[in-house]
Ligand binder design. Structure first.
Ligand SMILES: Nc1ncnc2c1ncn2[C@@H]1O[C@H](COP(=O)(O)OP(=O)(O)OP(=O)(O)O)[C@@H](O)[C@H]1O
Length: 438
């Protein structure tokens, strides 16, 4: 380092921690030399976990799995790679990554990756009912199963009672839409529906909300995923809600899993929970109400017909069978994304057939089928059962990891925490084991 760059060092370090993008740089040996605050938030890791360690060691990647190492080996940039993560608070994060080689005097000395968090943007894009400009009423939601009809009927009662309400359910089950449906059900009606998107622990978010609320009355205010705010911000939020009285606002909140577990794991403030707990509605995951799958697809196709003047599309029976056989860990959001992808292929077709389903979905189905290993597969009952140790360990590992993931209902971050490994490591191992089985 020359004198000038030594002098500027602290300025650069400060600037790197203030920028809104995640920054991760490695030297030519693959060791992390830079890992900023934003990257730590995105990855859910501490800088001490990664600094001065090889990324192969931290993430247990194969060389070809890491874009940073790929760029280091080719000396060429890789741009606009989209990735979705679940961080250690169970928060879904989508990033766009750009990775560049770093040269000094013509020599390749390392690589640097920039990750932009585009989660909020992604959510705006994937709001189909909104993009069709339909008002979101309780009757515009797909609710054919008995459990979902019960949810709608409870939502109607909640609209009559007008008390703080808590919506409980996995991501993508439709809590957001139900909150808006309740708003449209109110008589007398409220003037506006406002969403507070709590997917960030930025204090500015709550401060802005406090300011906005001063001028808001007669409104429905939906605090979406309060369990993703830090406990400190949850306390501030509670204070704001408790002091905003006499303005005829209706407060609704949502959380991503059982409130008792969330309170026990210190992800949800007990007092904030009690504020909303006078009325709760649990929205079941799609795998527990599969009767809603085909009607949801039909509703989606009907909107497509109305919007593009497309002729009627029917769903092939094999496709129905496949859709019903899948577990939908991402619930209706995942189904909707599948339909978004499929619809681009549907312009000339009158039947939704298996070959129009995206390859990734067929892959997911195949993986699901192959992963139905049971504990008895590991019992040794006769010498005939003996298999090479490598194969046995691989199968045992697959079984154990899958059980851990199931226990945490598909939440990779929580499963990884319980298994004492990083989320990246668990995701990588699952992928590797799946590939080995195929
Ligand atoms: N019953 C339903 N009828 C029609 N569309 C639905 C229904 N449930 C969910 N969706 C669609 O699924 C997507 C996810 O729904 P939504 O955002 O309301 O889920 P959520 O439970 O609030 O998720 P998160 O916890 O991530 O905020 C939305 O794009 C929505 O249009």
């Amino acid at each position: 380092m020359n004198e000038n760059s030594q002098y500027l060092g602290p300025f650069y370090r400060f600037a790197i921690d203030q920028v809104g993008v995640g920054v991760h740089a490695i030297d030519k040996n693959g060791k992390t030399v830079l890992y900023n605050d934003q990257m730590r938030k995105i990855e859910g890791l501490h800088s001490t976990d990664v600094e001065d360690r090889s990324i192969l060691e931290v993430f247990q990647f194969e060389k070809e799995e890491s874009t940073l190492l790929h760029v280091l080996s080719t000396g060429k940039p890789v741009n606009r790679v989209k990735q979705t993560y679940w961080n250690n608070k169970g928060r879904e994060i989508t990033t766009i990554n750009d990775t560049y080689p770093i040269f000094e005097q013509g020599q390749l000395i390392g690589a640097i990756e920039f990750a932009r968090d585009i989660t909020a943007l992604e959510r705006l894009v994937y709001q189909p009912l909104r993009r069709y400009n339909e008002p979101i009423t309780l009757s515009s939601l797909t609710a054919v199963s008995e459990t979902m009809r019960l949810v709608i009927s409870k939502a109607k009662s909640a609209a009559q009672v007008r008390m703080p309400l808590l919506l409980i359910g996995e991501a993508g089950t439709g809590k957001d839409l139900i909150a808006e449906g309740i708003h449209h059900q109110l008589t007398p009606s409220n003037d506006q529906f406002i969403s507070l998107f709590c997917h960030s622990s930025d204090p500015l978010l709550v401060n802005k909300f406090r300011e906005e609320l001063k001028n808001v009355s007669n409104s429905t205010i939906f605090c979406e995923r309060i369990d993703l705010l830090s406990l400190e911000l949850q306390k501030e939020l509670l204070h704001i809600l408790q002091t905003s009285t006499g303005k005829h606002n209706l407060f609704i909140a949502s959380i991503g899993s059982d409130p008792i577990d969330l309170v026990a794991s210190r992800s949800l403030s007990r007092d904030l929970y009690y504020y909303f707990a006078s009325m709760t509605i649990t929205v079941p995951p799609l795998r527990e109400r599969k009767e809603d799958i085909v009607p949801f697809v039909e509703d989606y196709l009907r909107r497509l017909e109305d919007r593009h003047g497309q002729s009627k599309v029917t769903i092939d029976s094999k496709v129905q069978e496949l859709l019903l056989s899948y577990d939908w860990p991402g619930n209706l959001k995942e189904l909707e994304l599948l339909l978004d992808e499929t619809s681009t292929m549907l312009t000339m077709e009158s039947t939704l057939t298996e070959d129009l389903l995206p390859v990734q979905f067929r892959y997911k189905l195949a993986v699901q089928d192959k992963s139905q290993v049971t504990a008895s597969d590991f019992l040794l009952t006769s010498e005939k059962d003996l298999m090479p140790l490598d194969q046995y360990l691989r199968e045992a590992e697959t079984y154990y990891l899958q059980k851990a993931v199931e226990k945490f209902e598909g939440n990779i971050t929580k499963a990884a925490e319980a298994l004492g490994m990083s989320r990246q490591n668990l995701q990588y191992r699952l992928r590797k084991l799946r590939n080995a089985r195929n």
